[in-house]
Every structure is written in C-alpha cells, then in structure tokens.
Design a protein around this ligand. Structure first.
Ligand code: F6P
Length: 359
C-alpha cells in the first residue's frame, strides 16, 4: 500500500485531531501518501479529498473537533439525492469506491462510532481494505475498554457537577444534570461518581421516581437540604416511554422527544415541594480541548491504525484492553452495543457508598 485516506465520521469527539495527526505522521514516516476525506462518508461520495502533510497536522493535537469536518447523516449505501425536487435514497457506494480508486487510494482509515463502523464493515465486505478507530464520547463501542473523547466528556460533566454543588447547597435545591448517552449511561455513571452525585440514572436501569424521592428525603432527614442528580438523556422511568430513541431495522432512529432531565426536575418539585432545576449539558461535553488521557489514547490509536495499514492487517478496529492496544475484527463489533451491566464494578462501588440508581 502506497496511498491511504483517512476520514472522521459521525458526531465529533475530543481527540479526533490527535488521531488524524498520529495516522498522518506515522504513515508519512513510512513513505506513504495520505489523503483526508472531508465531511465523513459524504465526502467519499462527493470526492472531497485533501492531501494531508506534516504541515496540515501541525498544532492540531490539543484542538477539539476535526480538521476534516464530519457529518452523522451521510451513508453511501443509503445516500440522499434530490430527484425531481424530492429527496430519495440511493446506493452510491460504487461511486464512493470509484472516487478512491481514481485518486489511487488503496486503503481507508475510518475514525468513527457505531454508524461509521457499520459502513466501514460494509465497505470491507466489498473488498476495500479498511482499518477503524473507535470514537465516541459515549464509550459504548464493544471490544474496547475506552473510546477516545469519553474521558474529556466525563471531566466536563464532573466539573459541571462541582459547580452545581455549591449553588444547590446555597439555595437548598435539587439540581438535575442531564448528560449525553442515549443508549448507554457511561458518561452519567463516571461523571456522577466523580462529581459526588446522590442519584445516577442510566438508560440501562429504568428508574423508579419513588426511589429518587426517597433518597432526597433521606438526605433531608440527615440535614442535607440539597441533592445532586445526574441523568443520562436516554434514561426513562419504570413503565414509562423510551423517550429519546429506539432501534428500527437494526439502525438507530432518533426520536428527539428528549427532556428527560427537565421532566424529572418537574416531577421532583411536585412530589417533594423542593425547588428543582435542570441543566442540560448538551454539546458542551463534546466540544473543546481533549484531556491528556484522550490525547494520549488518540495518539496510540492513530499510530496503531497506521501500523495495521503498513502490516496489511485490514478489517480491524484498534482497541484498548488492559492498557494495551489490540486489534479486533470490525465485523465482530459493527452493529453491537456496549452497555453497563449489573456486575459493573463502578456501579457496585456506587451502591456501596449509598448512591441511588433509581431501582
Ligand atoms: O453519540 C454521541 C452523541 O453525542 C450522543 O451522546 C448524543 O445523544 C448524540 O451524539 C447527539 O447527536 P447530535 O450532535 O446529532 O445532536
């Protein structure tokens, strides 16, 4: 392989640029030519290529976002095109592959989450040599102990909790912090533990409002007139609706009812009479500079992905296991989820110190 391309797909995550930099520097160091594909898989269909040099990646290590641009809409196998004023979906994967062939690109590094991994796996099955790097602040990709971006998101959410703590205490309020995580509650669990939350509500454990109220009242009885609650955006009450998402034909369809945190704050206020406020952290937890941990993990992933290319080890996703970078077949991972299970050690630690998980 003499010429490769790299693309970033799906929602951005802090550390994307650090991965790009590491792929580019490693590949150039071994005499390869590297193209960047702009705007994710859409750019592959639209032939948006830019050559990446050492100068292109200079100074990008601490920068959030992605210098290549991204989108979580475009799937070449189901690509939106306008015909007669109507949007229809066509399979333009052949066009995308032809674009790469024309530029002499022999292998592709995909930096992406669950959606991108599925597309990468389809291209691999069509014969394109592919290597993947697991990206998402949600940490919900199987086969790896960490995705890059997660540590940064947790840090931002934990800092938000520290800030909410002092104002909650001053006003004797219940503060609800809604964090991202439609399907998995990793950010909520880790940020809640780091930020000393009293209740942590996860998509994996439908919560009982009674147990949340009981926790707030128990604290009041011990003289604590305020409480901090972290809720993942995908958490929902026992017997209640799944409020933000469902899986349709194997792919995630987004239903943006949202408002899990606000609904909870209103319910708490009604049931306890305690003033309650909700803060939705939103994309603040996805933007900005990556933590040192994420910069290092991203760099290790980028180097490992380039090494896969150099060794011809295609069809793999690089992954972290017991602090070592390993390789996992993309086909074993694509379309699968990594959720918090009842035996999760941090969940059990939370229970041991009296944190309410709403069950
Ligand atoms: O998967 C990453 C993520 O940030 C989720 O936590 C969140 O639900 C979703 O993306 C938000 O997507 P968008 O940026 O398209 O609103």
């Amino acid at each position: 392989v003499k010429t490769i391309a790299v693309l970033t797909g799906g929602g951005d995550a802090p550390g994307l640029n650090a991965v790009i930099r590491a792929v580019v520097r490693t590949a150039l160091g071994q005499g390869l030519k590297v193209w960047g594909i702009k705007n994710g898989f859409g750019g592959m269909v639209e032939n948006q290529l830019v050559e990446l040099t050492n100068d292109s990646v200079a100074g990008i290590l601490p920068r959030g976002g992605t210098i290549l641009g991204t989108t979580n809409r475009d799937n070449p196998f189901h690509y939106p095109v306008v015909r007669d004023g109507q949007v229809i979906y066509e399979d333009l994967s052949g066009q995308a592959l032809a674009n790469l062939r024309q530029a002499g690109i022999e292998a592709l590094v995909v930096i992406g989450g669950d959606g991108s991994l599925k597309i990468a796996s389809e291209f691999y099955q069509l014969g394109l040599p592919v290597v993947a790097v697991p990206k998402t602040i949600d940490n919900d990709i199987p086969g790896t102990e960490r995705t890059f971006g997660f540590d940064t998101a947790v840090g931002v959410a934990a800092e938000a909790l520290d800030r909410l703590h002092t104002t909650a205490e001053s006003h004797h309020r219940v503060m609800v912090l809604e964090v991202m995580g439609r399907y998995a509650g990793w950010i909520a669990l880790h940020a809640g533990m780091a930020g000393g939350a009293d209740c942590i509500l996860l998509p994996e454990i439908p919560f009982s409002i009674d147990s949340v109220i009981a926790k707030i009242k128990e604290r009041q009885q011990h003289g604590r007139q305020f409480s901090l609650i972290v809720i993942a955006e995908g958490a929902y009450p026992q017997g209640g609706e799944v409020s933000v998402s469902r899986i349709v034909e194997g792919s995630h369809e987004k239903i943006r009812l949202g408002g899990a945190g606000e609904k909870l704050a209103r319910a708490i206020e009604q049931l306890t009479g305690v003033e309650s406020r909700c803060t939705v952290l939103g994309h603040v937890q996805r933007g900005g500079t990556p933590t040192a941990f994420d910069r290092i993990l991203s760099t290790r992933y980028g180097v490992a992905a380039a090494e896969c290319v150099l060794e011809g080890a295609f069809g793999n996703m690089v992954a972290l296991q017991k602090d070592r970078i390993i390789r996992r077949p993309i086909d074993d991972i694509a379309g699968k989820a990594n959720n918090i299970t009842a035996d999760n050690e941090l969940l059990r630690a939370g229970r041991s110190i009296g944190i309410c998980f709403g069950d």
